[in-house]
Design a protein around this ligand. Structure first.
Ligand code: ADP
Length: 238
């Protein structure tokens, strides 16, 4: 099967800084891929280029075989790539359910199967039904994260990009989030996660890709990547 996302020779310069230096990366249909790397290795830039926040300096991004390189964020979102931010993007003054309903007005993939046909069904999935009518602004941090996931899913992506999804969550909240994310491939949603929390990545991902100074230095089954001498050198300061 061809990958859902194919990144080829992707590079990005910010002035004299090379944030991405010719990255090749494929996300397979139905997988949860982790992208790890030290601070400044290019993870966020990779997401920003894929989602259209930044135009790449070179290379291409193919989504389901379609060239989406350099398209605007709304066009990429409409094509079916969803993402969550570290900061929740909910409207604080609106109700939780209302936020999900509004997010669903910007629908991505025109797929036939919709695992969560109503905003309420999505709230049930992420476990926020009990606070459906609360204002988003009063939710505790952990719940706001779950709402962020619901908002991203409301756009009906076929590929979901997660940026440090568990940052600031306690162990119980992290376990709940991992449980939800691991269900997504079963609902036809492929996932790519960036994080530097290796424990989380081991829980979530069967495959990891590692960036260092804007280049991919390792890519493969999680256990093999974590035992890769090149990766150990980067993480242990070699
Ligand atoms: P990571 O997410 O792995 O921490 P980033 O993608 O944020 O890495 O950063 C990669 C490199 O690109 C860093 O050197 C960073 O300073 C630089 N960079 C990222 N975004 C910008 C920007 N908007 N302007 C200038 N430099 C940037």
């Amino acid at each position: 099967m061809s990958p859902i996302l194919a990144i080829n020779g992707l590079s990005k310069q910010f002035g004299g800084v090379t944030a991405l230096a010719g990255v090749d990366l494929a996300i397979e249909e139905g997988e949860i891929l982790g992208v790890v790397g030290p601070n400044g290795s290019g993870k966020t830039t990779l997401f920003n280029v894929v989602t259209g926040v930044h135009r790449p300096s070179g290379g291409t991004v193919l989504f389901r075989g379609q060239d989406i390189t350099g398209l605007k964020p709304h066009a990429i979102s409409r094509a079916g790539i969803g993402y969550t931010f570290q900061q929740a993007m909910a409207f604080a003054g609106l109700g939780v359910l209302e936020n999900v309903r509004i997010a669903g007005e910007h629908v991505g993939t025109d797929s036939t199967a919709n695992p969560w046909p109503t905003p309420q069904a999505l709230l049930d999935f992420v476990g926020l039904s009990a606070v459906a009518n609360e204002k988003a602004g009063v939710l505790p941090f952990g719940s706001l994260r779950l709402l962020g996931l619901a908002l991203a899913l409301a756009t009906r992506p076929s590929l979901l990009l997660l940026d440090e999804p568990a940052a600031g969550l306690n162990d119980r909240e992290t376990t709940a989030l991992v449980g939800l994310v691991r269900q997504l491939p079963g609902h036809g949603i492929s996932v790519c996660v960036i994080d530097h929390d290796m424990k989380l990545m081991q829980m979530l991902c069967r495959r990891l890709a590692v960036l260092d100074f804007g280049s991919k230095i390792s890519d493969g089954p999680t256990e093999a990547v974590l035992a890769d001498p090149k990766v150990l050198e980067v993480y242990l300061g070699g």
